[in-house]
Design a protein around this ligand. Structure first.
Ligand code: TPP
Ligand code: MG
Length: 660
C-alpha cells in the first residue's frame, strides 16, 4: 500500500506515466553522479532526492515557453525542460560544450532556449530575477507565468522579502516556489524563521499563498497547473510552500549527522517516487516489466550521454578569448548633432538626454525611487511619466537589490533599462546583484545585462557620510562593469546615450555638486560620445593633470589662477580607461599628477599611477603623484568637508612637482 493518498480525477494513464518517468530520470541521474563524484569526475553534488515531485510537478505544469528559475536541488526542472543530458553532463564536468564553457560549475547557468535560468550562489537574487522576467511578460502582454524556486533557508535573505514585496506591489505573474525541506545546510527551520509556515508570510505581502505536500506528485502537478492557468488569466504573484524533506546532506561531502534519525526514517516512508510507483502499480498503470524497461532505457541514455560528454574537449586557455568574453561586443555608432544648442546645466543635459533615449528606444524602462510623479529627488525625470506612461517610468519600493535583479530579468527578455539610484551611496543595498549578476553574467553564460545604473554622487554639498560618497572604485575593479563619470553637460548627454546603447552594464556617475553649477552649450538633439575616450581639455608643457568629475573643475580653476602650463585630461570614462591619451601626454610633459575626489587608498589614481610607472618610466622627470580625499568617512560640516576634500592639497603637491 502506498503511504500517501493520491487522488487522480482525470489524468490518463499516459499522463500518469509521464509524471512517473519525469521523476525517475533525475533520481537515476543522481545515482550515477554520486558515483562520478566519488571518482573525482565532477566537483560537487547537491542532492534533490526526495524532492523530485516539486521540480517535476511544477515544470510539467507550466508551458515549455514559460521561464523557470531553479536552485541547486532542482535537477528535475532541467530534465523536465528536456535539456539534453549530454550538455548537462558536459556542464558539470566543466567541458567546453557545457553551458558555461567551463567557466562556472553545477547549476550555475541559464539556457534560454529551454526557458531555464540557473542561479548565482547567493540564493535570494534568483527571486528578483524572476520578477524581471515576469515584468517583461506583462510589458509584452503575453500572458505567461514565471516560476522561481528557493529553499526555506533562502527566505531569510533580504532578497526574498524585497522580491515578494516588489512582485506584490507590481502584481507580477510569478509563482514563488519555496521548498521547505527542513534544513538550510545544518540549520533546522526552527532556527531559520519564527513562524509556523512560510505561507503565513504571504499575508504580510498581500499575496495569495498555498501550502502543498511537496512529496505528492499529483497534488503538486494538479495544484501548480491550476494556479498557473489562473495566473495567466488573472496576472498576480502567488506564494507556494512545498513541505518536503532533504534526505541527504547539504552537499554530498557534508553528511546528515545532525539530522535526527527518526525524521529521516519518517520521511523515507514518504518518498515521492516510491509511493507514486506503488500507487501506479495498484492502479495497474505500471507493471513490474514496464518499470524495469523504463529504468533500463534511462540507464542506457545516461551512459550513452556520459560517454559523449566524457569525450568532449576541455576548455583551453587563450588569454584574448577570456578577456574578449567579459563584455558583449558593442559596435559604437557615432550620432552627430548639428542642431541648435542651449546653455544648460549638467542636470538638464542628463534629463534631456535620458528623455531622448526613451523616445529612441521604444521599450526602454526606467526604474527608481520617487522617479514617476515626483520626478526623482534631483528632478531628472520630471515630466517623464506624462510622456512615457507608468509602465515605462516605474516608481519602485525601497528595494535596491530586487530592482537591480529585476532589471537583469528584463535584460534576459531583451528589454533595456535604466535604474536611478537615489544616491550612489545606496548602491550598497544592491551591491550583490551588481557584482555577481550583472558583472559576471556575459562571461559566465553569454547573457548580457543591458542596464545603466545612474549614480548621483559626490561631495561639496554638505550631505555627510551617507549622501556624499564617490564610490566608483568599488566598481572599476570588477571585470564586466563599465564606469562612466562625466564632468560637463555636453559629455554627460552624449555619454549617457552611448551607455544606454551599449548592451553591457554601465555605472553612470553624476556629480551632485556639478548638477546645478556647471553650464555648457549642449546640442538640443540626440547625439553620442564613445565610451573609453578621455578629453584633453587644456594643452600645456610642464605637467599632465589626470582627473575626472569634480576634480576636472578644481584642476581647471587652479591652473588658471596659478597660470600653470599643463595638460588637463578629463578621463570621462574610468572603465574602459583611455591609457593612450594618458601616456601620450606624459611622454610630452614628463610629469604626472592624478587628482581624484575619492579617498586615496585603492582608488583609480593608484592604478593610473602604476600604469604610468610601467609604461612611461623612461619619460618621467619626477615621481608620479596622487592627490585624493583624506582617509576618513566624508564629514558633514562645511569646514570639515573642505579639509577632507583634496582641493588645497592639490595645489601644494602640484607646486612641489613643478619645482622637482
Ligand atoms: C548569501 C549566501 N549565504 C550563504 C550561502 C551558503 N549556502 C548555500 S546553500 C545554503 C543553505 C540553503 O538552504 P535552503 O535555502 O533551505 O536550501 P536547501 O539547500 O535546503 O535546498 C547555504 C547556507 C550562500 N550560497 N549564499
Ligand atoms: Mg532547506
Amino acid at each position: 500500500m502506498s503511504q500517501m493518498q493520491f487522488e487522480n480525477h482525470h489524468l490518463s494513464s499516459d499522463q500518469l506515466l509521464e509524471l512517473y518517468k519525469a521523476m525517475v530520470l533525475p533520481r537515476m541521474i543522481e545515482e550515477k553522479m554520486r558515483i562520478l563524484l566519488r571518482q573525482g569526475k565532477i566537483s560537487k553534488w547537491f542532492s534533490g532526492v526526495g524532492q523530485e515531485a516539486i521540480s517535476v510537478g511544477v515544470t510539467l505544469a507550466l508551458n515549455s515557453n514559460e521561464y523557470i528559475l531553479p536552485m541547486h536541488r532542482n535537477l528535475g526542472v532541467f530534465t523536465s525542460k528536456k535539456i539534453p543530458l549530454q550538455r548537462l553532463f558536459s556542464q558539470w564536468q566543466g567541458k567546453l560544450n557545457g553551458f558555461t564553457k567551463g567557466r562556472d560549475r553545477s547549476f550555475h547557468f541559464g539556457a534560454k532556449e529551454f526557458h531555464t535560468i540557473g542561479m548565482i550562489s547567493h540564493l535570494g537574487p534568483q527571486l528578483g530575477v524572476a520578477n524581471g522576467i515576469a515584468l517583461a511578460n506583462i510589458l509584452q502582454n503575453n500572458r505567461k507565468v514565471t516560476a522561481v524556486f528557493s529553499g526555506e533557508g533562502g527566505t531569510s535573505e533580504g532578497d526574498f522579502h524585497e522580491a515578494m514585496n516588489v512582485a506584490s506591489v507590481w502584481n507580477l505573474p510569478v509563482i514563488f516556489c519555496i521548498e521547505n525541506n527542513g534544513y538550510g545546510l545544518s540549520t533546522p527551520s526552527s532556527h531559520q524563521f519564527n513562524c509556523k509556515n512560510i505561507v503565513d508570510k504571504g499575508i504580510g505581502y498581500g499575496m495569495e499563498s498555498h501550502l502543498i505536500d511537496g512529496n505528492n506528485i499529483l497534488e503538486v502537478y494538479e495544484k501548480a497547473k491550476h494556479i498557473a492557468q489562473s495566473i495567466r488569466e488573472n496576472p498576480r504573484p502567488v506564494l507556494i510552500e512545498f513541505k518536503t524533506f532533504r534526505m541527504r546532506g547539504h552537499e554530498e561531502a557534508s553528511g546528515t549527522k545532525y539530522v535526527p534519525k527518526n525524521l529521516l526514517e519518517a520521511w523515507a516512508k514518504k518518498d515521492p517516487l516510491e509511493n507514486y510507483q506503488v500507487f501506479l502499480k495498484e492502479k495497474k498503470v505500471l507493471s513490474e516489466a514496464l518499470e524495469v524497461q523504463i529504468k533500463k532505457d534511462f540507464i542506457h541514455a545516461i551512459n550513452q550521454n556520459l560517454k559523449v560528454a566524457f569525450a568532449e574537449i576541455n576548455p583551453y586557455f587563450k588569454e584574448s578569448k577570456e578577456l574578449d568574453d567579459v563584455s558583449q561586443p558593442f559596435e559604437y555608432k557615432e550620432v552627430k548633432s548639428d542642431s541648435t544648442e542651449s546653455n544648460i546645466r549638467l542636470v538638464d543635459a542628463i534629463s534631456n538626454g535620458l528623455f531622448q533615449c526613451m523616445e529612441r528606444h521604444a521599450d526602454l524602462v526606467i526604474m527608481g525611487q520617487d522617479i514617476a510623479e515626483y520626478g526623482g529627488v534631483f528632478k531628472i525625470t520630471e515630466g517623464f511619466l506624462e510622456k512615457f506612461g507608468k509602465e515605462r517610468v516605474r516608481n519602485t519600493p525601497i528595494c535596491e537589490s530586487s530592482i537591480i535583479e529585476t532589471a537583469y530579468g528584463l535584460s534576459i527578455c531583451g528589454i533595456k533599462s535604466v535604474v536611478e539610484l537615489q544616491f550612489s551611496d545606496f548602491i550598497t543595498s544592491g551591491f550583490n546583484p551588481v557584482i555577481n549578476l550583472l558583472a559576471k553574467s556575459y562571461y559566465r553564460w553569454g547573457q548580457n545585462a543591458d542596464i545603466v545604473l545612474r549614480m548621483p554622487c559626490g561631495a561639496g554639498v554638505q550631505a555627510g557620510p551617507f549622501h556624499s560618497q564617490t564610490n566608483e572604485a568599488w566598481f572599476t575593479k570588477t571585470p564586466g562593469l563599465k564606469v562612466v563619470y562625466p564632468a560637463f553637460p555636453y559629455d554627460a548627454k552624449g555619454l549617457l546615450a552611448t551607455a544606454i546603447e551599449d548592451p553591457n552594464p554601465v555605472l553612470f556617475f553624476e556629480h551632485k555638486q556639478l548638477y546645478r553649477s556647471i553650464y555648457q552649450e549642449v546640442s538640443d538633439d540626440y547625439y553620442t560620445i564613445p565610451l573609453g575616450k578621455a578629453a584633453l581639455l587644456k594643452k600645456g608643457t610642464d605637467i599632465s593633470i589626470i582627473t575626472y568629475g569634480a576634480g576636472v573643475h578644481w584642476a581647471l580653476k587652479t591652473i588658471q589662477e596659478e597660470n600653470i602650463s599643463a595638460d588637463i585630461i578629463d578621463l570621462r570614462t574610468l572603465q574602459p580607461l583611455d591609457t593612450e591619451t594618458i601616456y601620450k601626454s606624459i611622454k610630452k610633459t614628463g610629469k604626472a599628477i592624478i587628482l581624484q575626489e575619492d579617498t586615496l587608498f585603492g582608488g583609480i589614481a593608484s592604478d593610473i599611477s602604476a600604469l604610468i610607472m610601467e609604461h612611461c618610466f623612461e619619460y618621467l622627470d619626477a615621481p608620479v603623484k596622487r592627490v585624493a580625499s583624506l582617509e576618513t568617512p566624508i564629514p558633514f560640516a562645511k569646514n570639515l568637508e573642505n579639509g577632507f576634500l583634496p582641493k588645497k592639497r592639490f595645489l601644494k603637491t602640484l607646486k612641489e612637482l613643478l619645482k622637482y
